[in-house]
Design a protein around this ligand. Structure first.
Ligand code: ZN
Length: 262
């Protein structure tokens, strides 16, 4: 082992030690998270390291007079770790490269007003939309969520996980475009991803146009970026529902997130 490698390993071990979440409060936090139940004990320990690195490197701040206790902060960091689990190996690298493009998670107590006004252009098309949002992601900037929608809830048929949704937008933005096409791994095909997602997106829109009740949240039909973010929520929270509605999308997401729950 070279001198530099030895130094790097020493620094990494020191970072891992410093950012470890104390065991007692970690167990208290994950006990209320249904999403954690599918992981083995060994995987949970890796998620603990990853969540510790998220807490160490990102700022999780309450806004609007809200207060976050340690368990709430750990819960949010662990949700982030679940999404990153297939991307980052906390025992080999503490860089969190897949979430390098943002620093802050702002947490409102409840859905918040985005501060904009709804405007229409001369053709009558909407220019901007103002209203209450569950979460928001800015291209340059952090993620905004609200605790009411983000706190752990029993898994159900309809996914509603605001942090995973907003983080999916950030992954999507890594290649410069917000178009539902994040940078893919080398064992994946760009063409297959594009074909599978466009087909499913069109199918969902066709169902809505025909007044058919859709299995997944119709918000996914807004645009390809929202389709990727909403199907990411389903992939983690309601994988069976997603696999039944769009089996090829489920398969592509399993390759992308390097996790498969079914
Ligand atoms: Zn969105």
């Amino acid at each position: 082992m070279g001198f530099i490698t030895k130094i790097n390993r020493f620094l990494l071990q020191r970072t891992v030690r410093k950012s470890k979440i104390p065991l007692k409060i970690w167990h208290q936090s994950i006990a209320q998270m249904p999403l954690m139940q599918r992981y083995t004990n060994r995987q949970k320990m890796q998620l603990r390291l990853l969540a510790g690195q998220v807490l160490n490197q990102k700022s999780i701040q309450p806004v609007n007079g809200f207060y976050l206790n340690d368990i709430m902060r750990i819960t949010i960091a662990t949700q982030a770790a679940i999404l990153l689990f297939g991307f980052e190996n906390p025992e080999q690298d503490s860089g969190l490269t897949w979430i390098r493009n943002w620093q802050h998670i702002l947490v409102y107590p409840t859905p918040f007003h985005n501060g904009r006004k709804t405007t229409f252009n001369t053709q009558g098309l909407m220019g901007s939309w103002g209203g209450f949002e569950s979460g928001e992601t800015h291209y340059q900037g952090g993620i905004i969520i609200n605790w009411q929608d983000d706190q752990p809830h029993p898994l159900r048929k309809h996914a509603n996980q605001v942090l995973l949704h907003e983080m999916a937008h950030k992954l999507d933005m890594l290649d410069g475009d917000t178009n539902g096409h994040p940078p893919l791994h080398s064992n994946m095909s760009q063409q297959v991803w594009f074909d599978v997602f466009s087909q499913a997106f069109e199918q969902l829109n066709a169902q809505l146009n025909h007044g058919i009740k859709t299995t997944i949240n119709p918000y996914a039909a807004t645009n390809p970026a929202e389709f990727f973010a909403v199907t990411t929520e389903y992939f983690f929270e309601a994988p069976r529902v997603l696999k039944r509605a769009f089996p090829n999308v489920y398969h592509q997401l399993a390759l992308f997130y390097r996790q498969d729950f079914l």
